[in-house]
Design a protein around this ligand. Sequence first.
Ligand code: ZN
Ligand code: ZN
Length: 338
Amino acid sequence: MLQISLQNPGQFAATHDAPEPTLAPGEALVRVHRIGVCGTDLHAFAGKQPFFNYPRVLGHELGVEVINPGSDPHGLKAGDRCSVEPYINCGRCIACRRGKPNCCTDLKVMGVHIDGGMRPLVAIPARKLHKSEKLNYDQLALVETLAIGAHAVERADIKKDDVVLVIGAGPIGLSVIQFVLVTGATLIVMDVAESRLAFCRDQLGVKHTVTAGPSAIDELKKIGGGDLPTCVIDATGNPKSMMGTFDLPAHGGRIVFVGLFQGDVTFNDPNFHRRELTVMGSRNALPATFRDIIALVEAGKVNTQPWITHRLKLADVPEIFPRDISGNPAVLKAMIEV
Ligand SMILES: [Zn+2]
Ligand SMILES: [Zn+2]
């Protein structure tokens, strides 16, 4: 079968005689229909993904069809359409034992640490498949991206009377925004790029946007009736933005870092203590989050319409990805059809 692997930074290769997968106990055989491209893939292609080993079959945002549900089918049958939770956890470590498989000490993410979905057939633990009777394969492939934002919003534990500032309106920020909108809290989106803020207003119905810069704090206070936001979610992964967030929450407020970078975050302790801030990381997402998102999209409460900006076929990835997808600021979500 066809398999596209990233051989080295900047270099995809197609194999036409890759062996079909064999099933280990608990695994299901699935046919991949859609693969969403995300920042992780772009970083791996650019050679900027830390601790990344080449060659690697990319693809962790998958819309799949069950071909053979395997020895432990978890209620699945052939023909079911599923989203894939691509975080393969150990089931034994402290995080797994305490219901946090998303940050397992030995986590293997498909398409990052182990081979992913850029091939028509993949063996996946059946417990990692989340089915929907209603969603199409495009929507199912978007669930993982949405899950990153949804988990950050779960971490933030947002109430209706919160004023929530989301910093960064890239793909992760947009998925955060979708789920803050569902909470009914007051939402403010901040970014350096006016075009991204316009997208939030026009496509997602965001009422309050603020351009990052020296006047931002005054604008945030104006929107909050004199108070700063009670919750700040940083989706930039930018060190300057992340360290700057410590000045932005109201006293008693909280910060969630969903974006990340390879380095130290430092902050002024009196500033942190005076406000009694709560600071949280957010990594991947929980199994229940996948089920919740599928229900929200099925109910029309989360709109997947604005997401997909580019489409390409799996066989064309070696040619089209470097030319049209990598480094193209117009790409919000590229969807690969298998
Ligand atoms: Zn992703
Ligand atoms: Zn574990």
